[in-house]
Design a protein around this ligand. Sequence first.
Ligand SMILES: CC(=O)N[C@H]1[C@@H](OP(=O)(O)OP(=O)(O)OC[C@H]2O[C@@H](n3ccc(=O)[nH]c3=O)[C@H](O)[C@@H]2O)O[C@H](CO)[C@@H](O)[C@@H]1O
Ligand SMILES: C=C(OP(=O)(O)O)C(=O)O
Length: 416
Amino acid sequence: MEKILITGKKAPLKGSVKVSGAKNAALPILAASLLCQGVSTLEDVPPLQDVKVMLQVLEQLGATVEKGDKLKINSTKIKKTEAPYELVKKMRASFLVAGPLLARLGQATISLPGGCAIGTRPIDLHLKGFEALGAKTECGSGYIKVWADKLIGTNIYLDFPSVGATENIMMAATLAEGKTTIENAAAEPEIVDLANFLNSMGANIKGAGTSVIKIKGVNKLSDCTYTVIPDRIEAGTYMVAAAITGGDITIENVIMDHLKPVVAKLQEAGVKFVEGETNVKVMAPKTITAVDIKTLPYPGFPTDMQPQLLTLMTVANGSSVVTESIFENRFMHVHELHRMGAKIRVQERSALITGVERLSATEVKATDLRAGAAMLLAGLVAEGTTEVTDIYHIDRGYVGIVKKLANMGADIKRSQ
Ligand SMILES: CC(=O)N[C@H]1[C@@H](OP(=O)(O)OP(=O)(O)OC[C@H]2O[C@@H](n3ccc(=O)[nH]c3=O)[C@H](O)[C@@H]2O)O[C@H](CO)[C@@H](O)[C@@H]1O
Ligand SMILES: C=C(OP(=O)(O)O)C(=O)O
């Protein structure tokens, strides 16, 4: 099994790194391309394992995919409505094809995604939304079936601003009859990117990025060209890499507006930023100051940056409390960090961290995607060589992370 080896404490990171297109924007956009009676031409789709799986799902449903500098997806002739377990189990985001299939073909049969390391992650809010639009739903033998003769616009209030439910309902409503309003909608930048993509195909969506999204149904969506936004979580991860190594780096291809909660916390910890138009210079202080963090829906602090910031706090000056309020089990990285000498106590949804002077290298596991990124960050400052296993999790979400860190001076490599 492939692993990543990092020898820490070598030198502060220097130089620059370019952020790729956002995984969490690209995946719903790829699912939404099923709504297009024509060709969706996409730029900056990151070449990630998750994207590969989503493209397999689209092809399995009858879309044709042309890879190249730009990705072209032709969904004109899609006919199949079933997404099987072999693909859905590899990536929960494949459930996002449910809304587009329901709108386009009147039904979808999708394998239940199942739980994952960070939590049970139910899909009840997606289904409630489909039902409010007039669909019927049925669950059995590990599959969810949704179907409707016709979708009719309505008001939907989400009990929680779920990113996936907002996306699935928004996509289904684009072709519904009349007007749909989603209240308490998620406001993440990836929701805005999806709405912009849908509008570029001819949809009529207003309010994305706020808690109230209004969608006027249209008859048909057709050809478009669209560029995916840069990955804010990838950018945030490199900010922490600079901070934890005492580095000074420039991050290219960032939208700083999307990173406000992350930048605010890093500034509180002593990190300095100089913003350019599409880049940012990140300068670490001599000592990181401990700060408290609580994850929340956007514009709150993103849960996908929690493992990375928590890792930074393990070597900060002082004590901090990191509270995870989005996922019930997103502290798997804590067990691995313990093995590297971090002082962390988990109490229910909070981790109480006492900063230590040094971490020590050992073999650790990437228990999920961001936990894997956290292991690389810890490895950058641990004494000795850290071996990170189960790195397929990291490959789900970071394009060329080993090469990108090595280019900035990290002693890091992949090994069999
Ligand atoms: C592919 C993608 O974009 N993934 C992101 C998306 O995941 P995802 O869309 O799965 O996250 P949600 O916002 O839906 O989930 C947030 C919380 O709501 C709960 N919930 C969600 C749906 C539902 O029907 N019922 C329910 O109870 C979940 O269990 C979780 O506790 O947003 C998360 C929160 O920002 C990020 O961590 C993920 O990286
Ligand atoms: C949790 C994440 O992704 P997913 O929803 O695809 O599991 C993530 O990107 O950190």
